[in-house]
Design a protein around this ligand. Structure first.
Ligand code: ATP
Length: 238
């Protein structure tokens, strides 16, 4: 039996940069189901929290611990950056790349990439150089490249910033599809509509700390703190 990477346990974790604590202490447990949307004002620490969870940053105090050894957990995670990293090769090769890294034969990897090209609507662009893609197309490529590995957890940092309505809808469809297929989602977003459409629970960051965590259906109509109420109302929260 394969051991689950969950729960992810974060205990008293802090992250320091240039001698300043930017987030923490954070206490959080992530179980294997759902879509957690991370919201909060600019600079409240959403990206830093995602990076800490994924292991791109190391806790200066406390710990971030998966249910399995770190390397095993890392192999089952993907992180899609706000500005996706695009490799200087074709769109198709970009998508196949994670499978090639894992030792899949090139022919099989490309066949799988073709399925994903179709799923994300990039089938006409497979042979294009990836760096010519538009912003929305790049996000689709990045999602396909993440999902081709069937990750246990997917971290998304503002996946639809600067995208038009149709591209946003398309990206949300792919995220919903991944969640339905069993991938745990943790996503930072400034889009409340998106948070309501995709999220199961909300994590509200404020001044580097988790200020509130609850079901999406409770957070927006009845936030339990004054800061969250002000934030949802579009007031400046400092
Ligand atoms: N490498 C770094 N060095 C120093 N400070 C940093 C570094 N990275 C982030 N910070 C600071 O940490 C704080 C949290 O940043 P972070 O990017 O996590 O916020 P955010 O909530 O994702 O913001 P936004 O909504 O604007 O994307 C900010 O004040 C930022 O300036």
């Amino acid at each position: 039996m394969v051991t689950s990477i969950f729960p992810l346990q974060i205990r008293d974790a802090c992250l320091e940069k240039s001698g300043t604590q930017i987030i923490g202490p954070i206490n959080l447990e992530i179980l294997d189901r759902g879509c957690t949307v991370v919201v909060g004002p600019n600079g409240s620490g959403k990206t830093s929290l995602l990076r800490l969870m994924h292991g791109l940053e190391k806790a200066s105090q406390g710990y971030v611990k998966w249910n399995v050894p770190r390397a095993q957990a890392y192999a089952s995670q993907c992180y899609v950056f706000q500005t996706p990293v695009i490799m200087r090769r074709s769109v198709r090769d970009n998508i196949a790349y994670p499978l090639l890294l894992r030792g899949t034969q090139r022919k099989t990897a490309l066949k799988e990439a073709d399925k994903w090209l179709e799923n994300v609507g990039l089938e006409a662009s497979g042979e294009k150089k990836a760096h010519v893609l538009s912003g929305g197309e790049r996000q689709k490529l990045a999602l396909a490249r993440a999902l081709i590995t069937n990750p246990g957890i997917l971290f998304l940092d503002e996946p639809t910033t600067n995208l038009d309505g149709a591209s946003t809808k398309e990206i949300e469809r792919l995220i919903g599809q991944a969640q339905a297929a069993g991938t745990r989602i943790v996503m930072a977003t400034h889009d409340f509509g998106q948070a309501r459409r995709l999220g199961t629970d909300v994590l509200f960051m404020y001044r580097g700390r988790i200020h509130e965590i609850c079901a999406v259906d409770d957070f927006f109509p009845t936030p339990s703190t004054e800061e969250a109420r002000a934030f949802i109302g579009g007031e400046i929260v400092l």
